[in-house]
Design a protein around this ligand. Structure first.
Ligand SMILES: Nc1ncnc2c1ncn2[C@@H]1O[C@H](COP(=O)(O)OP(=O)(O)O)[C@@H](O)[C@H]1O
Ligand SMILES: [Mg+2]
Length: 348
């Protein structure tokens, strides 16, 4: 039986705007140590905490080709392992008699390996992003791969009924917490076979560095945007807490609009309130949006007006939702290294 491979294999390359702070270096080094000891790692955390980026960074540090699977409700085991695919059309042109054009079609299928099989066979790094979005039955195939280093294969593939997993095979998983919509409980047996690292929102320094690297704003301006978003996140007034993604959206949009990070600018205020009321609510009801808008306005006053106006504001009653008065914030030193990854599709 002929076995073909259809998977896209990615080659990790350094990404110029990857930010590596103390915090990220710590998580990466621990993950690499678990992997070196032979255990798959699992980054678990809320949306926007940098799990996928971390997984790609760790994969780049491993340096082997990478395959990525995105968890999905519709995912079946055969989507990962492979299956019978194919519809062949043969055309025979008879050159001897010009007028004869013979065309044949047949429905013969042949086995095609899919991403998981390709990774196990060649010892590539598998990133299984948001794996708990797939139904638990679809993920059962992973149990023997992680535990016995054997992959059971359907008889339809021919050859042996199993594949010995290549010793260089590495698996990196990510998932959102179980309370998220569209997420299944991760099966205990699977969770027991991986090292789960809980990833929280990055610290302020890391978020400032990420926003600065991704948008081109200097650290002082990036800080103001990050402080507004972190203030809103901590206010507990939102249906969904805003993440560093919101900071990046605001920062990039302001660049496109050629507007400054300036509390006196109407454009700046509008972009902040637009973006933050959009990312923090699903239903989009008016009272919710008004609540968010009010908090955002107060945060802009706090972090983005000249010091004199902040002082007079603090002398009066202070922000209504109770952000504590702080010293004006010194600009953070941005430490980031051109380190991680850019993936370029290449043939398996
Ligand atoms: N270390 C980092 N360096 C640069 N950008 C980062 C870093 N970590 C996260 N980001 C950016 O932050 C955003 C959210 O990260 P992502 O990995 O998609 O989060 P998650 O997978 O947890 O939802 C993305 O735009 C990503 O590019
Ligand atoms: Mg992700």
């Amino acid at each position: 039986m002929q076995i073909e491979e259809l998977s896209t294999v990615l080659e990790p390359k350094p990404l110029p705007n990857f930010v590596e702070t103390e915090y990220i270096r710590g998580v990466t080094d621990r993950a690499l140590a678990y992997i070196a000891a032979g255990f798959p790692v699992h980054f678990r955390g809320k949306s926007g905490t940098g799990k996928t980026t971390l997984a790609m960074h760790v994969a780049a540090r491993i340096g082997r080709p990478v395959v990525i699977i995105h968890g999905d409700e519709e995912m079946s085991t055969s989507d990962m392992v492979g299956g019978q695919y194919g519809y062949r059309m043969r055309r025979v042109v008879d050159n001897f008699i010009h007028t004869v054009l013979k065309s044949e079609e047949d429905m013969k299928t042949s086995w095609v390996d899919n991403r998981l099989t390709t990774a196990c066979k060649h010892g590539f790094t598998l990133i299984y992003d948001e794996f708990t979005r797939s139904r638990p039955e679809a993920n059962n195939i992973l149990l023997s791969i992680l535990q016995e280093k054997m992959m059971g294969l359907p008889a339809a593939r021919g050859k042996e009924g199993y594949l010995k997993v290549h010793p260089n095979f590495v698996a990196i998983f990510t998932s959102n917490p179980e309370e998220y919509a569209g997420v299944y409980r991760s099966p205990d047996a699977l969770r027991d076979r991986m090292i789960t690292m809980d990833i929280d929102y990055a610290d302020r320094e890391t978020e400032v560095s990420i926003v600065s690297a991704k948008s081109g704003w200097d650290a002082r301006d990036a800080e103001k945007i990050v402080d507004i978003v972190r203030g809103l996140r901590d206010s507990d007034r939102c249906e969904f807490a805003p993440t560093v993604r919101a900071c990046i959206i605001i920062a990039k949009t302001l660049k496109v609009m050629d507007a400054g990070v300036d509390g006196n600018s109407g454009v700046f205020r509008t972009v902040c309130t637009d973006v933050l009321s959009s990312v923090t609510s699903r239903a989009g009801n008016k009272s919710n949006a008004d609540k968010v808008r009010k908090v955002v306005e107060e945060l802009i006053d706090r972090y983005c007006l000249p010091v004199a106006s902040i002082a007079s504001e603090l002398d009066s009653e202070g922000p209504e939702f109770g952000v504590k008065a702080t010293e004006p914030v010194a600009p953070t030193k941005v430490k980031h290294r051109a380190a991680a990854v850019e993936y370029v599709a290449c043939a398996a």
